[in-house]
Structures are given as C-alpha cells and as structure tokens.
Design a protein around this ligand. Structure first.
Ligand code: TXA
Ligand code: MG
Length: 357
C-alpha cells in the first residue's frame, strides 16, 4: 500500500470518510500534530490504529469530537455516548464547562469518566476516556463528514517523533495506510495538554502542552496537580503515556546542561565524539555552531528552533527540526536545554527530556 496525500477538498474529505466508515484508518491534520484517525466505536479500526503504530495496548487513545451544534458540551458528550455524566461530581462538571468553554476547540484533552459504550481498546481498559475537540478546519470538516468521534493518536511509530506535516506521516506510515489529508504544517507543533478531571473534583496535568498549568488554574481557580516524573518502566497504567523515553530520534540525542555559550571546555560529553555532530539551539544558529565547533573540535551541523528565541516558534519547529537532524550526516545529536519552563517552555522541556532519555 502507498498512501495518497490529498488536500482536504470536499471530495478528499468524502474519500477519507468512506475509508473510515469501512473501519479503515487515515492521516488527519490537527493544530497540534498529525493524528492517525479511526472510528472510536469500531474495534476493528482501533485494532488497526494500534497495529499500524506498533503501539502497546496499555497506552490509551484520544477521542476527537466535532464542535456541538446547538447543544451544551455536557449534552453533546452524553449524546455521543462518550462519557458517564453520573460519575462526574458537581465540581468536575463545573471544571468541564469552564475548560471546554475557554479552550475548545483547541489543544486541550480532558480525561473524563467513560461511557460503557466506549470500547475498552480505546481506553486501555481504564474507566476514563480522553477527549479533545481539535480546532484545525480539516479535522473539524472530517469529523463532521463522518458524524462520529474519531480516535487519533499521533501518526508516528510508537515512541518516535510526532509528525507535524503530511510528508512526515507519509515517511512514518505511508506504506501502511491508504490516505493522508494534507492540512499544512501543524500550527502548535506539540501534542495537546492532557488534564484529568479526578473523582475528588481536582485537576491533574498528565501531559504538558500549549495550554499551561497556570492558564488552567487561572480559569478554574483550582490548584493543578502535576505528574512531574516520567514513569520508568514499560507499562504505565497509573499515568499512561508518561513513559520516560518518547518522541525519540533514531540517533542518540544528548541534552546539554546549559546553552552552548555558557558551556566550559570538557563539559560537553564523556565519550568519544564522531566527526560530525548535530546541534539544536534556541537562538542564532551561526553563533551556537561556531561555539560548539570550538568546544568539540568537530564539524557541527546546527539548526535553530527560533533565531529570535521565541518559544512558540521553537515548539512549532521542534519535531520537524529533530527529524532533519536525525536524517543529517551527524553521528550524535545534542540539544540545548529549554531555559524557561514557564508556559509552553514546560512542554518543550518535557519533550526534550523524553527524546533524550
Ligand atoms: O495533540 C494531541 O493530543 C494529538 C493529536 C493527534 O490530537 N494526539 C496525541 O495522541 O498526542 P497520543 O496517542 O500520541 O497521546 C495520547 C495520550 C496517552 O499517551 C495518554 O498520555 C493520554 O493521552 N491518555 C489517553 N487516554 C487516557 C486516559 N484514559 N487516562 C489518562 N491519560 C490518557
Ligand atoms: Mg504520541
């Protein structure tokens, strides 16, 4: 099989919806990263998603929904048979309305008590389901065309770098899926913020993203628990998706302790260095390259995530730049740390830690 890449015209959307109705899977653009979409209520489609990504069954999927027409979000989620409203304490109900009101459609995933109709495959047997309403027009158009929620993990092989263009999806999975909708580069570039609405009425941040813990607190008035540490093992039922190693390039990536301009001689790497090194910087590429060449005595292939140090731009470029470095002739990759862990800096730092684990 070789995937077709199509712009999201009406006929391409209908073609994609036709494949999905037959329990097939397609590549779908979103504002965060590209997803591998299949009908959330089709066990056959869910099985294909796990198989295509070589994803372990313990890592649950995110279910994507279209914006409601003329109904409030609680009604909409109940009508779609996704959540069990009875299991939502009043405080969580308020959080749901507030957070969906502010951030949907957009890069926020909410983990809620699941309706028993949602297949266990989608939730890895958990009593909760992760739900997101994407803002990307092509994702919304596809959801509308299908009239059904779509389960969609990021469209990469498990543990690898998430795709932010249709071409990335093709490079990852093009020989396994029939169609990829091309919705240009993902605007945000990092996966959605995942937040659990817990039975005690609290909020737990399970994965940092564009929407920060501070924004969640500001809107809800609720302190946000943060799962700070990555789970070390290969199973992660208590905090699925929080595996220590994730988003990883094929080549080894080393996280530097400081920006290259602040590094001392001998503080780069303990082992033997290959002739060409890759370097990711958060500032001007030329300056970082020269300094790193001085420090290592090697040829350096350097790419900047944002010449002006803008973190939103760095987030948008992170995965595509990592991919390019992975494909370059560099034998070993280095990245500067993200100095700010505020706002989207928290999400960037999280991805760099996991990619370099
Ligand atoms: O931005 C995104 O969220 C992208 C796009 C395609 O929408 N999707 C995405 O999916 O990142 P994926 O499968 O790569 O990440 C899903 C993560 C899981 O690894 C886990 O962290 C969390 O969502 N998750 C899903 N269901 C959960 C549940 N019931 N409880 C806790 N976490 C859950
Ligand atoms: Mg993923």
């Amino acid at each position: 099989m070789t995937a077709e890449i199509l712009k999201p015209t009406q006929s391409a959307l209908e073609k994609a919806a036709g494949i999905l109705r037959q329990s097939g899977v397609v590549g779908m653009p979103t504002e965060t990263v590209y997803g591998l979409a299949g009908f959330a209520f089709s066990e056959e489609a869910l099985t294909k998603i796990f198989k295509t990504k070589a994803r372990p069954a313990f890592d649950p999927l995110i279910v994507h929904i279209a914006p409601p027409e003329n109904s409030d979000i609680l009604d909409w989620l109940s009508r779609l048979e996704l959540i069990d409203g009875e299991k939502l304490p009043p405080q969580s109900r308020r959080h749901l309305l507030t957070l969906a009101g502010h951030f949907w459609p957009g890069p926020l995933t909410l983990v809620l008590p699941k309706n028993k109709k949602v297949p266990d495959l989608a939730t890895s047997g958990l009593p909760t389901v992760a739900i997101r309403m994407p803002s990307h027009p092509a994702a919304q158009a596809l959801l509308k065309c299908c009239g059904q929620p779509l389960a969609a993990p990021s469209a990469n092989r498990f543990g690898k770098i998430s795709p932010t263009t249709a071409q990335h999806v093709f490079d990852e999975l093009g020989d396994q899926i029939p169609l990829i909708l091309d919705g240009d580069s993902s605007e945000i570039g990092l996966e959605s913020t995942v937040v659990a609405l817990t039975a005690d009425g609290g909020l737990t941040l399970l994965r940092p993203g564009r929407i920060s813990a501070a924004e969640l607190k500001e809107k809800t008035g609720c302190d946000i628990r943060v799962i700070a540490k990555a789970a070390g093992g290969s199973t992660a039922q208590s905090a699925p998706g929080m595996l220590a190693s994730h988003y990883a390039p094929n080549k080894k990536l080393m996280l530097l302790k400081a920006p290259v301009c602040d590094l001392k001689e001998g503080a780069v790497y303990d082992g033997a260095l290959p002739e060409t090194l890759g370097l990711l910087t958060f500032g001007p590429a030329d300056k970082a390259r020269k300094r790193f060449e001085e420090l290592t005595g090697k040829e350096v292939f350097c790419e900047s995530l944002s010449e002006s140090g803008c973190l939103d731009e760095a987030a948008k470029n992170l995965f595509s730049t990592l991919r390019r470095l992975d494909q370059s002739k560099a034998g070993l990759l280095f990245t500067e740390p993200c100095l700010s862990e505020e706002g989207i800096g928290h999400a960037i730092a999280d991805r760099l830690r996991r990619a370099s684990f």
